[in-house]
Write a protein that binds this ligand. Structure first.
Ligand code: PLP
Length: 247
């Protein structure tokens, strides 16, 4: 199977998962995770019809984006998503190169991103969409704001609400919703539970901040994107199912 066939298969699975859960396929953005693949593979993805690409390392995005733009030009409607954890000292590079940020998990990073975005002239008419990354599973290796006991722990809820409100106040940043990762190797029932609890947290957040802005959900990868869609994902981040196994 080549990329065109794999993309068709992924689209079909997204559509079927949407149908099963009474949702519209158009409400789900497919972010093609091109990490480790060269610019030529991104261009092949573009030719196949993909428009959203995700990179987890900022250095790789910084290198690959101009390579793709050298081939395609920079006005071809590609949206670059920074999906991985961002070290604070890389915040300038992220602000300069990412169109959407998925793993914002602390105020220090939000502050720095905002400062760089303002310097770049990205004011309130030209904000960058950001997702707040939450760790709902409690898995120690996972990044994200600790929301492992949010239903029972008022201090976790308060921390999430405060960070959400702070992000909304910062110029240059437009709050989209929550991002999460399922625990490695978990059974599908456990994964579903994590995604469901993330959706409920996003719903709580909208009420607690009086902002509908937190309604999007970035969750679901190659092994679990159908479960994520059934539980409300609006953005799925898929690498291997589109491009094959990474080397
Ligand atoms: C690599 C990666 C993905 C995609 O993983 P696949 O299993 O290849 O679909 C999604 N999200 C993040 C944050 C990643 O680093």
């Amino acid at each position: 199977m080549g990329l065109v066939e794999r993309y068709a298969a992924v689209r079909k699975r997204i559509a079927q998962a949407a149908l099963r859960s009474g949702r519209q396929t158009e409400d789900i953005t497919l972010v093609a995770v091109s990490k480790t693949w060269p610019a030529e593979v991104v261009v092949a993805g573009y030719d196949a019809g993909l428009r959203n690409f995700g990179e987890n390392r900022i250095e790789e995005l910084v290198k690959k984006r101009p390579e793709v733009e050298d081939i395609l030009g920079n006005e071809r409607g590609i949206v670059w998503h920074a999906i991985g954890t961002i070290q604070s000292r890389k915040s300038r590079l992220a602000a300069e190169n990412a169109d959407v940020i998925h793993a914002l998990d602390r105020l220090k990073l939000a502050d720095r991103l905002s400062r760089h975005l303002v310097e770049l002239g990205r004011n309130n008419n030209n904000q960058i969409p950001v997702f707040l990354e939450v760790n709902v599973s409690g898995e120690a290796s996972k990044a994200g704001l600790d929301c492992s006991r949010w239903e029972h722990d008022a201090s976790q809820r308060a921390a999430a609400r405060e960070l959400a409100l702070a992000i909304d106040e910062l110029p240059g940043l437009h709050p989209m919703g929550l991002m999460t990762m399922a625990p490695w190797g978990a059974q599908s029932q456990e994964i579903r539970e994590i995604f469901r609890r993330t959706r409920e947290l996003a719903e709580w957040m909208q009420t607690a901040t009086s902002q509908t802005a937190w309604s999007c959900l970035s969750m679901g990868m190659t092994d679990d994107f159908e479960i994520a869609i059934e539980e409300g994902a609006t953005h799925v981040r898929i690498g291997r199912a589109l491009f094959g196994d990474r080397h």
